[in-house]
Write a protein that binds this ligand. Structure first.
Ligand SMILES: [Ca+2]
Length: 281
């Protein structure tokens, strides 16, 4: 009964969202199971039409005031949100692409980070998904999710990007790995990963002296598309899509304890991967 009510609520919410956002083509709503009110940059005027919209609008009015996040057009990534914006779910529209829901992390180092991956060891997400599921993303944008390899490519080709890996170890200590450049090649080139110089506290586990455990410069592999450098299929053997070589020193797309180089071999508790345009000064 509770499940039915929840489903009805979800359905009504999606109807309200669809009704109030007529001009917006959000292709990855499968990552979002909330109401329109929970998307922080839906402009007030777009949720005023219709009873559902009004209901949502009223609920919105009694909440804390949020900065108007919509400049001309939609943000192309989370770095284009106004200063003072809160962390949460936003709509972005990368250049030349449809709209996407993403989680924007605004509290970590000057904010403006687009979350492309979030995981924790007790997740209900299996991560052992196919190429096409990885391509368009899965999970829940507010908990554990993969934004989508294609969308990560589309966002990061807009400008020169940097990446931050945030790793929680088995003792709950948070470690950071920053790479000052981050890009992913297009699908015909296997979504190959390109990282810049490392800095941080987690250790440079994405690049390795050992070609068998390298992640940088590797193509992306899933259980049904083997593009690793191993004679067998890393993604099939170790579950989860990743930039495998033969096979890994980092495993974050996994249901269970996570691995980051020597920091934690299968017992890290959580991961977060954030990207934003590289800073120039
Ligand atoms: Ca192989």
């Amino acid at each position: 009964m509770a499940t039915q009510r929840l489903c009805l609520l979800l359905f009504t919410s999606l109807l309200a969202l669809a009704a109030s956002l007529p001009a917006i083509d959000i292709r990855n709503l499968h990552l979002f199971n909330g109401t329109v009110d929970e998307i922080l940059n839906v402009p007030p005027e777009s949720s005023q039409n219709g009873n559902d919209g009004q209901h949502v609008r009223q609920a919105r009015d009694i909440g804390p005031r949020r900065p108007a996040a919509r400049a001309p057009g939609w943000p192309k990534d989370c770095s284009e949100l106004p200063a003072g914006s809160h962390s949460g779910v936003y709509i972005i529209q990368p250049k030349g692409l449809h709209h996407l829901v993403v989680y924007c992390e605004m509290n970590v180092t000057n904010g403006g980070w687009t979350v492309i991956q979030r995981n924790q060891k007790d997740t209900p997400v299996t991560w052992a998904e196919s190429w096409s599921t990885y391509k368009y993303g899965f999970g829940n944008v507010r908990t554990e999710y993969w934004l989508g390899t294609e969308y990560i490519y589309q966002i990061s080709k807009q400008k020169v990007y940097q990446v931050r890996f945030v790793i929680q170890d088995s003792k709950d200590v948070i470690h950071i790995a920053d790479y000052n450049l981050f890009s992913v090649e297009d699908e015909p080139h296997g979504y190959r990963l390109r990282l810049g110089a490392y800095s941080g506290t987690a250790g440079d586990a994405m690049t390795s002296d050992n070609p068998n455990t390298m992640q940088d410069n590797m193509k992306f592999s899933t259980k049904d598309r083997d593009q690793d450098t191993y004679s067998r299929n890393c993604a099939y053997s170790y579950e989860g899509g990743w930039w495998y070589s033969a096979c890994y020193s980092v495993r974050l797309n996994f249901k269970g304890g996570l691995t980051w180089g020597n920091l934690c071999k299968g017992n890290c508790k959580s991961s977060l991967i954030l990207i934003k345009p590289a800073a120039y000064c």
